[in-house]
Design a protein around this ligand. Structure first.
Ligand code: HDD
Length: 752
């Protein structure tokens, strides 16, 4: 948001501060003072939420220090004492206030998804989205204006999270990522509370506490933090075959996202869309990142825990602050009851996806995140999502996991906030007007006028009035239900292996190898042999026999002799499941490390920098020390980082320009050599030009051809050029960066 279009740091005439006093009691209905509701009732635009938040923003710039109650404070360092060396006096209201606030300033962390980061932005539907042959117009599917009106930019707040770790854990652990979006629509808040993986672990919400207890630190010793790699999780998993499909995703690179902006999102459950005529179709929601879906590698993530533990948080924050606004397309898979009947799985079973080979994803709009929060606690920590927040045109299915969530989120917010008024906290407050008879409770903010707080009433003309469906009142889809009251699981939820196998079949060989190695790590941390055996024999051997054998070999389990009894025989694949097929030709926002020392080749530095930056990537110069570094021809650069603080794991690629003196110096230092070797080990593009290639020769890069004359050599993402065309070199480097990781490399022997 620019200074021109928002009064971010202050107030506009239309939005008096509460402290300005002077309430206008003669407001008409349409401007009844609802905080942040736009003047033109019912119309929400991109800035509506920011305008509303402006009313509560506080800026200390140039202001006096006061108490919470507005009294100016003369000394905030010394408590009030009886004599200079005497005891503190009870009367010290400033001490008591400051200390009480401090003692109470933490709230319970989320029981899951405790660690996260968020950003503001907007969602905008596309004009005439392509919905295939069956539907011409999105309004045939849904009456939700947030999804149908291309002129409307609905403000959103999106929070990304890890699931298992506590608030202070590291970002890059192996885990599912939460992807929760609050749409502040003109028809009320819609929360799409999803994950970066489309299936889920369990089929019924009743099992959720068990799942979470099993995966969280073990109750006796509180270990391990933010990790599934321990006995209780795999014990639970090995006894719950329904988990198999999700386990395949969690062992894959999907659980190690390169960045939140490079991650897909999924609503997971089947939802319903409902149109103006009350007709409904089923829908699965998909977020597709413009920058592609990319992963880190395991060794890299573990190093990031120490060297850059806010890697994903910082990644989102930095790109937005630097002016690049990450973008996702919202897509829908639409199917009706009849199609649903035809599938070989139950659409109410959240451990299943609807393969894109069966139903294509139709993009219907885009989300742009363009503003970081001003205050982490007020916005990111206090934002509270609830899958039960839907607007007319969007409805639930009978998925038993979703049904249980509809209770759990409301309940958990009561625990986190200690009050049913959590919806009044600014970040949670809708921009749509609200009027009802709920008007008391802890920390109530709104001042509801009038004598009446019940319905029906005659004293207040029976206001606020119920709204018929035709005029926008929410009406649940009138699904016909009949059945016996019963506590069991439908037979249609029984197949646990078909889609796990589909996932395995759809992986490239490097992706399969990643899954096997992840299983070696995770199950290698499991002490009890019987748990490891159950995972191999009862679960993995029912997905794919070869897979089970490969896992067994690494964890001391006798490889199974034949496939499991329940192993499906199909060879189906869905190319959309492989991240390798989700790599658009762009290097936007990637971080490139350039290693230099005094005497670097000036021409190389500027040519590489402009080639890479012209494509939207970011170059960071790294040297031994901070402070000016000089080129051979007199140019100087101020390195962005020095080796003490920089690590290859924080970058997407590395390049070494030439310059005799510079490269000689780099060859004498351990850090640059380690930097290159480690980037190579992590399959990252690495490039060297001129004398820079000598650094690559010093570092052992197995089975890799390095240019030794004028020719450009590009070998599995290692781009080298001794003295050839600089432009061609830079272009080849850009192409190598676009591929992200070069799996056709053999870095096993590299010790980094
Ligand atoms: Fe959940 C938080 C996503 C199943 C109960 N969940 C939470 C968040 C996300 C998800 C993204 C963090 C929201 C934020 O950023 O504040 N959860 C999912 C998905 C699920 C899922 C995609 C399966 C499809 N969750 C699920 C079940 C239950 C819960 C089955 C309980 C029956 N989830 C919660 C919770 C949390 C939560 C305990 C913790 C904090 C919060 O709600 O606000 O209520």
């Amino acid at each position: 948001m620019t200074d021109d279009d928002a009064s971010h740091d202050g107030r506009t005439d239309a939005q008096p501060r509460a402290t300005d006093g002077g309430t206008d009691k003669s407001r008409s209905d349409s401007d009844s003072g609802q905080a942040g509701t736009s003047d033109d009732a019912g119309v929400v635009d991109e800035s509506s939420k920011q305008d509303q938040l402006d009313e509560v923003r506080e800026n200390p710039e140039g202001q006096d220090l006061t108490s919470d109650h507005g009294v100016k404070i003369s000394d905030t360092d010394n408590s009030l004492k009886a004599g200079e060396r005497g005891p503190t006096i009870m009367e010290d209201f400033h001490f008591r206030e400051k200390m009480t606030q401090f003692d109470h300033e933490s709230i319970p962390e989320r029981v899951v998804h405790a660690r996260g980061t968020g950003a503001h932005g907007y969602f905008q539907p596309y004009e005439d989205p392509d919905l295939g042959d069956e539907y011409d117009d999105i309004e045939e599917l849904t009456k939700a204006k947030v999804l149908t009106d291309p002129d409307q930019k609905t403000p959103v707040f999106t929070r990304f999270s890890t699931v298992v770790g506590s608030r202070g854990s590291s970002d890059t652990v192996r885990d599912v990522r939460g992807f929760a979006t609050k749409f502040y629509t003109e028809e009320g808040n819609w929360d799409l509370v999803g994950n970066n993986m489309p299936p889920f672990f369990i089929q019924d919400a009743m099992e959720f506490p068990d799942l979470v207890h099993a995966i969280k630190p073990e109750p006796d010793d509180g270990m391990p933090q933010a990790s599934a790699a321990h006995d209780t999780f795999w014990d639970f998993a090995s006894l719950k075959p329904e988990i198999t499909h999700m386990i395949m995703w969690v062992l894959s690179g999907r659980a190690l996202p390169r960045a939140y902006r490079m991650m897909q999102g999924f609503g997971v459950h089947t939802f319903r869309l409902v149109n103006d005529d009350g007709e409904s179709v089923f829908v699965k929601f998909h977020w597709t990142p413009k920058l592609g879906t990319h992963q880190l590698v395991w060794d890299e993530t573990t190093k990031l825990w120490g060297k850059d533990s806010d890697f994903n948080r910082k990644g989102l924050y930095d790109v937005i602050e630097e002016g690049y606004d990450p973008e996702w397309e919202l897509g829908v898979q639409i199917f009706d009851e009849e199609q649903a009947e035809e599938f070989d799985f139950d659409i109410l079973d959240p451990t299943k996806i609807v393969p894109e080979t069966e139903v294509p994803v139709r993009p219907i709009g885009k989300m742009v995140l363009n503003e970081t929060p001003d205050n982490f606690f007020a916005e990111t920590e206090q934002v509270a999502f609830h899958p039960g927040n839907v607007v007319p045109g969007i409805d639930f299915s009978n998925d038993p996991l979703l049904q249980g969530r509809l209770f759990s989120y409301q309940d958990t917010q009561l625990n986190r906030f200690g009050s049913a008024n959590w919806d009044e906290i600014p970040i949670n407050r809708p921009v749509a007007e609200r009027h009802n008879n709920q008007r008391a409770g802890f920390m109530r903010q709104e001042i509801n006028e009038g004598k009446v707080s019940y319905k029906p009433n005659s004293i207040g003309d029976d206001d606020p009035q119920e709204v018929p469906e035709e005029e926008g009142g929410y009406e649940h889809y009138a699904e016909k239900i009949s059945g016996k009251k019963i506590r069991n699981r439908s037979d249609s939820f029984e197949d646990h292996f078909t889609q796990a196998r589909l996932f395995w079949n759809s992986m490239s060989e490097p992706e399969k190898q990643n899954i096997v190695e992840a299983a070696h790590f995770e199950l290698g941390k499991v002490d009890r042999m019987e748990i490891r055996e159950r995972m191999v024999y009862d679960l993995f051997n029912n997905v794919d026999h070869e897979f089970a054998k490969r896992v067994a070999e690494g964890i001391g389990v006798e490889p199974p002799e034949s496939p499991g009894d329940e192993m499906p025989t199909h060879d189906r694949e869905d190319p959309s499941l492989s991240m390798e097929n989700r790599t658009p030709d762009t290097i936007e926002t990637r971080k490139i490390a350039m290693l230099v020392d005094d005497g670097f080749d000036d021409e190389h530095v500027s040519a590489i920098r402009s080639a890479v930056e012209d494509e939207g990537a970011r170059v960071k110069v790294i040297s031994k020390l901070l402070g000016e570094t000089s080129g051979a021809d007199g140019e100087t650069v101020d390195p962005d980082m020095h080796h003490v603080a920089a690590a290859s794991v924080s970058f997407d690629a590395v390049v070494v320009p030439g310059g005799d003196q510079s490269v000689d110096a780099l060859r004498q230092q351990g850090d640059p050599k380690h930097f290159v070797a480690e980037a190579f080990k992590h399959y990252k593009p690495i490039a060297a030009v001129g004398e820079g290639t000598e650094l690559f020769e010093t570092v052992d890069l197995p089975d890799t051809e390095i240019a030794d004359d004028g020719d450009l050599v590009s070998d599995a993402g290692v781009v080298t050029c001794r003295s050839g065309d600089l432009e061609a070199f830079a272009d080849a480097f850009v192409d190598a960066i676009a591929e992200h990781r070069h799996w056709d490399r053999s870095p096993e022997e590299v010790p980094a």
